[in-house]
Structure formats: structure tokens, C-alpha cells
Design a protein around this ligand. Sequence first.
Ligand SMILES: [Fe+2]
Length: 330
Amino acid sequence: MKKIKYVLALFIAAVMIFAVGCSAKIELHDVSEYRKILDYKDGFKVMMLTDIHISRLSNVEELSKYLAHNINEAQPDLIVLNGDNFFDASRASVDYLFNFIDSFKISWVYLQGNHDHQGTFEPTYPDEVASRMKYSLNVDYPNDGIDGTQNFYVDLVDGNDLVYRLFMIDGGSYSRLNPVKYTYEQIRESQLAHIEKIQAQEEDDSYTSLAFFHIPLQEYEDAYKGYIEGKYEGKGENREGNYPSAFSSNQYERLKAAGIRGVFCGHDHINNSIVDYNGFICGYGVKATREIYHDDDILGYLLITLTDEAFSIDNCTSVYVDYDSVVGGK
Ligand SMILES: [Fe+2]
């Protein structure tokens, strides 16, 4: 009996230690801890570079020459690396790109796409490097119970006034909901609730909110169709289908209800349309390099200029830059 009591006590102690260990894993953070602040000015420029796709085989010298030309031309106030920055990359590739971007002394953010973790490094490596670079705004709390590693937001303020709020969202990679079929993930419930919580803290909703993430919403298809039919205002062109999240999780409805005016994605390399879909802008970026599939005549960057006027698709410019004329031809 004594022995049984002893074993039972040991078992209870083990369960308690396990329970304490598990409960200690979640560390909640106030929404203000996800907030980054930059000074707003009329004409604040956000440069979105998407689908850079640096790999171990990339000619990084040539590629960085092209990116440097474009960054120097755009003179942005914020650079958004909107996912698929890497593909079959190494730690050296991550170090190279982030040090290169940081060298411009311009605020920047790293967002992950579906290919960023496919490399010879542990999945957390790009976030670790990004969060310690001088000009990066990335912040992540690994045990905060919110899915993904980019759940922060950048407030552009004029004194005490919030003028623009830019949500940086980790849209995931491949869907875990359907392991048989090759599908893409979506913004998850914990992230949508986090965004809603951030927005709920503001009494004055006169500011404009935009969001950046890699994989487009399912609604992009409807938006483009409506634009082609003349139903919605838009610009640009889609040269391939759109490959959105497999499960919508009501992302569109939730983001729209949270007061977000427009979202900007990458992922579909030769789609560059920007459509005002019932008051919610569905925007594609411009592929930033020649890596993987692309069309040579639509490489460059998306420039979003934020002004005192109401935000519209007119604030978004797809800038196409000829690769050969920048790198000197082949
Ligand atoms: Fe992608």
C-alpha cells in the first residue's frame, strides 16, 4: 500500500509538473507590444518587393544590383518584403539579403511566404535574423498563442494623430487542413482575432488601415473578374489564375469588418492587378527578380504612396524596370 501511495504521489507530481509546463508555454502580450511607430508625412512611400526567391544557386551580385537600383530609384520610407524571399536557400542567403536590405538604412519588414522555410536552416531562422537587424521592424513573441510569426503592425503617426495603420501578417504556407492535397494556408483564427483586438482599441476610426501578406484571398478571383467586366474599378493585368488560400476562414469578411481598406499580396508572379472590390482593394505586387517563373516585362516593384487624401487604387503604382538594362545585359 505504501508503495502504491508512493507511486501515486510520483504520478500526481509528474502530472502537475507537466500541467505547469504546458500552461507556462503561453505568454500573452498586450496589443501595444506588437505596435511599431513611424512618422507620417504626406507622400509616405511604401515599396513592396515580393517573390525575390533567393536560392543557393542565385547570382546574388546581379540580383542585388537590380534591387539596389530599384530601391535607390523609389526612395521609399518603408520596404515590405512580401514573402517568398527565399527558396531552397541557406543561412548565408538569409544573412545576405537581410544585411543588404538593412544597408539602405530604411525601415523594412520581412513577411514569410510559402517558400521561405524551404531551405537548409531551421524555420525560425529568418525571423530571428530579421528581428535583430537595425532597420527591421519585425517583432515576434514565439509563445504568444497567435499563429504565425508576423503579427505586428506599423502605425504612421503625425504627432498624436494616427494617419495610417499597416498590418503585417504571416499568411502561412501550405495548408495543414488538407494534408492530401497540395493547398495553401490562410490567415488563421487567432490572427484575425488579434487584428480585431488591435482595431477595437481605437475610438477614433478616421485613420486608414491596409494589410500586407503573401498568399492572396479567394476573393481576388471575383475581384478581377468584376474588373474585366467593368463592374469594379481596377488596373493591371493577371496573366495566370490566382492560387489563394484553400480555406477562406472568412478572411475577407473579417478583414473588411475590421476596417481594412486594402490588402497587398504576391505569390502569383505574373499577376499585377489592383482592384477596388466593393470598397476593399485586392492588390497584387510586382515580382521583384527574375528567379523562378516570371515575365521579363513585368518585373520591378509596387509603390504605394500614402497621402492626406482618401486612399484609392490611384495611390498604388506598379513600377516595371527592365532587368537587362540595369544589370548590364547578358
Ligand atoms: Fe508564394
